[in-house]
Write a protein that binds this ligand. Structure first.
Ligand code: GLV
Length: 424
């Protein structure tokens, strides 16, 4: 029997065996089946940890210095206790809300995340599709792996564009024009990256952009064959955005360093006024943590602020976003919309932030864990989990609509908490 005949026969036999496998068993081994068994975001994180090379997982999961702020984002959210109302008949929960004058089905936005294509070739497209599938807004990063035109074409739902303001203002203007032309309706200017944060996991792992091939990366790649096959077939690192010229030089560094080299460290309120002149839609500042900065933003006619500490990836040892939120909501006044990101791992976390005055939340890592766990199916699963949890929690809380959330749905701050920071 020739080798070819033997392998043909073996192939036929295997195909027959697989076809006979009960549907449920086949589903177990498919990407959708694997992520479908994840019951929460923490499960998706664990699946992503097992599927991604350690350096890629650490880039997503890690934060600056001791990662205190990143942990605080999650633990401070959990400290807030919900106060359910009984017999409220809240079965048809209305999750819709208005962001920048646009009605959206859910109070959840996809946060801008850089280098998402390293996790899975779908990259930002996978996450945009997942969030749009649920009726939310996607915020595309200017450090994305896919171009802003690609993402707009592949997932034409509501979209905003996040900008790192580079030293080269000509490049910034060109990027703004492209974003406008591709239907991005709002500009989110990140203001907490005057210098790159110290991501110690990335330093230890030698994680650079573009990646350097070392004995260790090869070994890690062999240990993660599913990720490696995906990456080698369709490598996606940085799109031709604001940062690509540096990446194209082959001048490797961490993404934070790359952003640091391009970012204008002298960025000030004057530059925000310059951006307002060059962008004719709504403008939001991302990375605001103090009331005085929120007041200044409101005074300049900025449309919104995102209370954010960059997922703890920039200045460590600062406040969690949920603790910073109340003073900013107080300072914002009627015109400035307030959003929050950081530590959103459960649907109830969205309730907590909205109860303290956020208009909507942005989820970053939670969705990237999903993408890392199983590509598009995983990103969809992450969004579905958060929204299902949010709907269930609203029902059990006895609150029929997002618009009715306020601090009365939370218990007063515990004695150990700093009362001034929690104006509930
Ligand atoms: C990019 O914004 C990052 O935090 O890595």
């Amino acid at each position: 029997m020739s080798g070819e005949t033997f392998f043909t026969m073996l192939g036929r036999q295997l195909a027959g065996d697989i076809a006979r496998l009960p549907h449920a068993a086949r589903e177990r081994v498919s990407e959708a089946g694997r992520v479908g068994r994840a019951v929460n975001v923490s499960d998706l994180r664990e699946l992503a940890r097992r599927r991604l090379p350690p350096a890629v997982f650490d880039y997503v999961d890690g934060a600056a210095w001791d990662e205190v702020t990143a942990r605080r984002n999650e633990s401070d959210l959990r400290e807030l206790t919900l106060r359910p109302r009984v017999l409220a008949g809240a079965t048809d929960v209305d999750l819709s809300t208005e962001v920048l004058g646009q009605r959206v089905a859910v109070p959840l936005l996809g946060a801008p995340t850089g280098l998402t294509g390293l996790v899975h070739h779908e990259g930002e497209i996978g996450i945009a599709r997942a969030i749009h599938g649920a009726g939310g807004v996607y915020v595309l990063s200017s450090a994305a792996s896919r171009t802003l035109e690609e993402v707009a074409a592949a997932s034409p739902g509501p979209r905003w564009f996040q900008l790192y303001v580079g030293r080269d203002r000509g490049l910034v203007k060109a990027l703004l024009q492209r974003a406008r032309a591709a239907g991005y309706t709002a500009l989110v200017v990140t203001v907490d990256v005057a210098r790159p944060g110290a991501r110690e996991r990335d330093h230890r792992n030698g994680f650079t952009v573009p990646p350097r091939v070392t004995a260790r990366t090869v070994l890690d790649g062999v240990r993660r064959p599913r990720w490696t096959a995906n990456f080698l077939r369709r490598p996606r690192i940085l799109s031709e955005g604001l940062l690509s010229s540096v990446a194209a030089d082959g001048d490797a560094g961490s993404l934070a360093e790359l952003i640091g080299r391009q970012f204008d460290p002298s960025l000030s309120w004057h530059d925000i006024a310059w951006l307002q002149e060059h962008w004719d839609g709504p403008l939001l500042l991302k990375g605001v943590l103090r009331a005085d900065d929120a007041r200044q933003a409101a005074g300049l006619g900025i449309h919104g602020v995102i209370v954010s500490n960059h997922g703890g990836r920039q200045l460590d040892h600062g406040p969690s976003t949920i603790r910073a939120l109340p003073e900013i909501v107080d300072a914002a006044g009627a015109e400035l919309e307030v959003y929050m990101d950081g530590g959103i791992r459960r649907g109830v976390d969205v309730i907590r932030a909205l109860a303290l005055g956020a208009r909507a939340c942005l989820a970053g890592r939670a969705l990237v864990y999903g993408l890392g766990a199983g590509g598009q199916a995983g990103a969809d699963r992450a969004v579905q989990i958060l929204i299902d949890e949010l709907r269930l929690a609203m029902t059990l809380l006895g609150c029929p609509s997002i618009g009715e959330l306020d601090s009365s749905w939370l218990t007063a701050a515990a004695p150990t908490e700093t009362r001034t920071a929690w104006s509930t």
